[in-house]
Design a protein around this ligand. Structure first.
Ligand code: NAD
Length: 504
């Protein structure tokens, strides 16, 4: 117990529940909770106040070998892969129902593990994960195969087949959602899956696998091996018997995934990587408060730890002062608070190292001459946790480090432009291409600029629309994969053609 733990006022029922919860940090392999084979563990501490949450199994190559062997065995047996889609559908529907039935526990685990406000875990992450699983469950018995338009003496069937054993490696910022985006389509299509959650937020992934078992998923079809990236993660990505790898994480590690595939069995790699998205406000847009509210909401949500956060605000110089003032005004809503309080809008960064990264970027912004107009400091230090104020830099140049690199914290860079051409050039002057947003009253400008922007998703006059029905992913160094929507099924299936001679 940290000193702050004993002194913490129990201001919401969540505090009491948080004191009682005892998360199980063991891996889940072949339907059983197990220790790592070497018996090693690592500490999982809450960024809220530094409290110890669990000792987590430190998976290494031997544990990955076991999980992959079990996955292969379950796949080859056909116990899941050869079930009719309607049967897989029912199991996954039940899995989604169980996620909702356990939403308080899952939300609390998610918040304690990575620091986001409890109300967001409860209202967004848990229902989002359940909806994702339910959506793929509903979809899978409505996906048809194809017959090619061949000459009359032949028949060519083009069928989707599961790839086999899927490896999934996910980050810490949305542990449940990022896991669900892999689990849903990979299991619906009949694969067996080995998931490695981030060592910074491993707890909900193991609970999800338990709920999947409870829903009737056969043992061995879905295992979770927690561990460090360079140990369990590398072993999974290098494994000769993993057929496809769904990776969500940084561009730096995504690069390694492609190397691992090249060094092993050329497994298919689908990378969902970082971003530095541009939010462009033109001088003709007439509701600057709405634009300010949208950019603040998107950039400070989840403590700024969102791949698609619009961290570069590009504003026409004629309205820049007014927009900056309005966004600064919004920061009062996002002052860091206790993540277990239902009123808190911004919680703790995931750990001390991430907080120090963010503070380092803030220093670099100051040193390179950007104007820090609000925030810029660590907050709530007395809590024993890792909090940073919502921070805005004005008069940023696009070649500064804070404009080019992904900070992954609550930091917004404002860049002023003079012309539409300059705005598009600045937006595209980035290694990343995940999302972008255009704010204008003119339909032709909206279409013209949206077409010019190099990004997987472009928003017009809003930023918060999102749904499981649309693909999520980027271009350039934001990756190549697409999570969500029916397009995600392509990652976890191969197309097989069967030619049949039709004799007269
Ligand atoms: P990260 O790349 O450091 O880690 C991601 C995962 O990879 C973790 O599970 C980690 O243990 C593992 N890993 C690390 N090194 C590894 C190695 N050498 N071999 C195998 N596995 C390894 O990313 P992070 O810090 O956990 O997450 C933040 C990043 O994720 C940001 O860049 C963010 O933009 C990105 N992200 C992207 C999306 C998207 O859909 N595009 C969504 C969420 C997060």
């Amino acid at each position: 117990m940290t000193p702050s733990e004993t002194e913490r006022p129990l201001t919401s029922p969540w505090h009491r529940l948080a004191l009682d919860i005892t998360p199980d940090g063991r891996a889940l392999i072949d339907g059983q909770r197990v220790e790592a084979q070497a018996g090693e563990v690592f500490e999982c501490r809450s960024p809220i106040d530094g409290r110890l949450l669990a000792q987590v199994s430190r998976g290494r190559a031997a544990d990955i070998d076991l999980a992959v062997a079990v996955a292969r065995r379950s796949f080859d047996s056909g116990i899941w892969a050869r079930q009719p889609p309607a049967v897989r559908k029912r199991v996954l529907q039940r899995f989604a129902e169980l996620i909702l039935q356990n939403k308080e526990e899952l939300a609390l685990l998610e918040t304690l593990d990575m620091g986001k406000p409890i109300q967001f875990s409860l209202d967004a992450d848990v229902p989002g994960a359940a909806r994702c699983i339910a959506w793929y469950a509903e979809a899978i018995d409505k996906v048809y195969d194809e017959i090619a338009p061949t000459p009359a003496n032949a028949l060519a069937l083009i069928q989707r087949e599961p790839v086999g054993v899927v490896g999934a490696i996910v980050p810490w910022n949305y542990p449940m959602l990022m896991s669900a985006w892999k689990i849903g389509p990979a299991l619906a299509t009949g694969n067996s899956l080995v998931l490695k959650p981030s060592e910074k937020s491993p707890l909900t992934a193991m609970r999800l696998a338990e709920l999947a078992l409870q829903a009737g998923l056969p043992e061995g079809v879905f295992s979770v091996v927690p561990g460090h990236g360079h140990e369990a993660g590398e072993a999974l990505a290098l494994h000769m018997d993993v057929d496809a790898l769904g990776f969500t994480g940084s561009t730096r590690v995504g690069r390694k995934m492609l190397e691992y595939a090249g060094r092993s069995n050329l497994k298919r790699v689908f990378n969902e990587l970082g971003g530095k998205s541009a939010f462009i406000v033109f001088e003709d847009f007439d509701d600057l408060d709405r634009a300010a509210q949208a950019v603040a909401g998107a950039v400070f949500y989840n403590q700024g730890e969102s791949c698609n956060a619009p961290t570069r605000l590009l504003v026409h110089e004629s309205i820049a002062d007014a927009v900056v003032a309005a966004v600064v005004g919004q920061t009062t809503r996002f002052q860091p608070g206790d993540p277990l309080s239902p009123r808190t809008q911004m919680g703790a960064l995931v750990d001390e190292a991430q907080m120090n990264n963010v503070l380092g970027y803030i220093d670099s912004g100051r040193q390179q001459g950007a104007d820090c107009v609000v925030g810029g400091q660590r907050a709530r230090q007395e809590s024993g946790g890792y909090y940073v104020e919502p921070t805005i830099f004005d008069r940023v140049r696009n070649d500064m480090k804070i404009a080019q690199e992904e900070i992954f914290g609550p930091v917004l860079s404002v860049i002023r432009f003079k012309t539409e051409e300059e705005a598009v050039a600045l937006a595209n002057d980035s290694a990343y291409g995940l999302q972008a947003s255009v704010w204008t009253q003119h339909l032709d400008r909206a279409h013209r600029v949206a077409r010019e922007l190099k990004a997987g998703t472009v928003h017009v006059n809003q930023y918060d629309e999102d749904d499981i029905t649309v693909p999520f992913g980027g271009v350039k160094q934001s990756g190549n994969g697409r999570d969500k929507s029916l397009h995600a099924l392509d990652k976890y299936t191969d197309l097989k053609t069967t030619w049949i001679r039709l004799a007269r």
